[in-house]
Design a protein around this ligand. Structure first.
Ligand SMILES: [Zn+2]
Length: 168
């Protein structure tokens, strides 16, 4: 056995430069910069599907015995719609809308600075949401839209109210 006799290496000073969101934004490759860390997290968290509130809702429903399709594409007469959670036989479509992307009245105030970028984009999202609602209703579906800020228990209750009891 060779005894390691190296003199304890002193902790080398970490010199990893952390890239700030500002720098990244300056390069023009990512979302427009937002100074509000809460909003930045919100923006990152609100991808099209599989957001945290959506995952939590799915898990809770599943635990209650509900079975559903996730991100299931519906080819409706008016348009294609892809609800976050779909109960196909009972025709209930559930959406968990991100407060930012879907312009929640409580948290959806759009950033002042990048107005040129955001307002048309967000307006389009909202427009598309309404068109989806209309297409679903026209095809006999019940639509449950939940803001991501809705507490899980309330969200579950809303879905249960629309769907009824879990199928045995
Ligand atoms: Zn909200």
């Amino acid at each position: 056995m060779v005894k390691q006799a190296s003199p304890g290496k002193g902790k080398s000073k970490e010199t990893v430069a952390s890239r700030s969101a500002t720098e990244a934004a300056a390069k023009g490759k990512v979302y427009p910069f937002t100074a509000d860390p809460g909003r930045a997290a919100n923006m990152r968290g609100n991808r099209r599907s599989d957001t945290k509130p959506e995952l939590a809702l799915r898990a809770a429903l599943h635990a209650l015995g509900y079975r559903y399709r996730k991100d299931f594409r519906l080819d409706l007469p008016l348009r294609r719609v892809r609800p976050d959670i779909a109960f196909t036989s009972r025709k209930v479509a559930v959406f968990v809308d991100g407060c930012f992307w879907h312009a929640c009245p409580d948290h959806g105030s759009r950033p002042k600075n990048n107005d040129w970028y955001w307002s048309p984009k967000l307006a389009k999202n909202v427009e598309r949401d309404r068109a989806a609602d209309e297409a679903l209703a026209q095809a006999g579906w019940t639509v449950v839209r939940l803001w991501e800020h809705v507490p899980l228990t309330e969200a579950v209750a809303a879905v249960v109210a629309a769907v009824g009891g879990p199928r045995r």
